[in-house]
Design a protein around this ligand. Structure first.
Ligand code: PEP
Ligand code: MN
Length: 337
């Protein structure tokens, strides 16, 4: 870290700053420029709150050199992490496909959708049993019943299941039924939940909050890793911008940033980014071209009647077309799909 000291600062104030840094275990390299004193701070700053230094009157600016995350950092683990989701490897050569409805609605409809996505070659099934809806009057999900329905489909089609957890008190249910535990955009910074998920044996799909920076997203992954669970998959799902043609704006550069900064696999959810089914195929192609390790897509046999997110759900025939065109992009970037 580098500290620029304000010109004409009192010597006593600078000494107080130096003592604080020494007491915090850092070595200091001080250099006097023409107008400014610069203090180079040597040591492990990963757990150090650099913003706190602005409390010293003599500090004009602080530049952090070391990232505030260690376990998620590609500098400390150069090999890519491959996460095993019930036998499906995420982050390897093969791009994986997760597909299914936004919400699990009934045994009958879920089984039909599962049959279709299985036939088309999806690797895992998605479905929400606990739904984070904007309105308390909207369908909230079938809860445990929804997880049991997914479990039945898993038994029949032998595909791992992905579902969103919203609170810590449901961890036992998720450990029992779910292969990949999704943390939704709205819970990305629910730190108590993240710490608790760091203690379970199932892998975690960590969606990016719609108003969070890439660094905040990686810090949330760090919470899970630092609590003991190394199996984290990142998911870009669109962020809030001023644009309202789409529901959110798919941040393609976040895929590149995550790849450069971490060793974790990253998948993309073009359905929640777009909010409109007709954009999902092309956004999927963009995600694969940018290096995504997989896609999570909302598919419904009857989107017109879906209990949530029908507008962005693909019919199986459209999902089939998506896979076909994504395969061409995958081969162009030398990946399997
Ligand atoms: C979902 O996957 O159904 C969902 C609610 O996603 P997000 O948290 O990205 O909005
Ligand atoms: Mn949804």
């Amino acid at each position: 870290m580098i500290i620029k000291v304000r010109g004409r600062s009192k010597e006593s104030e600078i000494n107080r700053l130096k003592k604080h840094l020494n007491d915090s275990g850092f070595e200091l390299h001080v250099s006097q420029g023409i107008n400014h004193l610069i203090i180079g701070v040597i040591g492990d700053t990963v757990a150090y709150d650099t913003r706190g230094l602005y409390g010293f009157e003599c500090v004009e600016s602080v530049i952090r050199i070391q990232e505030p995350y260690r376990q998620a950092n590609i500098k400390f683990k150069t090999s890519k992490t491959i996460v095993d989701v019930g036998g499906v490897r995420v982050g390897g050569d093969k791009i994986i496909l997760i597909a299914g409805p936004c919400s699990v609605e009934s045994m009958d409809s879920f089984m039909k959708i599962a049959e279709e996505v299985n036939k088309l070659g999806a690797d895992c099934m998605r479905g929400g049993a606990y739904k984070p809806r904007t309105s308390p009057y909207a369908f909230q999900g079938l809860e445990l019943e929804g997880l049991k329905i997914m479990d039945k489909a898993k038994g029949k089609y032998n595909m791992p299941i992905v579902s969103e957890i919203m609170s810590m008190d449901k961890i036992d249910e998720f450990e029992k039924y779910v292969d990949l535990v999704q943390v939704g955009a709205r819970n990305m910074q629910n730190f108590e939940l993240l710490k608790a998920l760091g203690k379970i044996s199932k892998p975690i799909l960590l969606k990016r909050g719609f108003s969070n920076t890439v660094q905040e997203w990686i810090m949330s992954a760090e919470y899970i890793l630092a609590s003991g669970n190394p199996n984290v998959i990142l998911c870009e799902r669109g962020i809030r911008t001023f644009e309202n043609y789409t529901r959110n704006t798919l941040d393609v550069s976040a895929i590149l940033a995550a790849k450069r900064l971490t060793h974790l696999p990253i998948i993309v959810d073009p359905s929640h980014a777009a909010g409109r089914w007709e954009l999902v195929e092309d956004l999927s192609k963009a995600a694969i071209a940018a290096g995504a390790d997989g896609l999570i897509i909302e598919v419904h046999t009857n989107p017109e009647e879906a209990m949530s997110d029908g507008a962005q759900s693909l019919k199986p025939s459209k999902f089939k077309e998506l896979i076909k065109s994504c395969r061409k992009i995958a081969s162009a970037v030398e990946r399997d799909l």
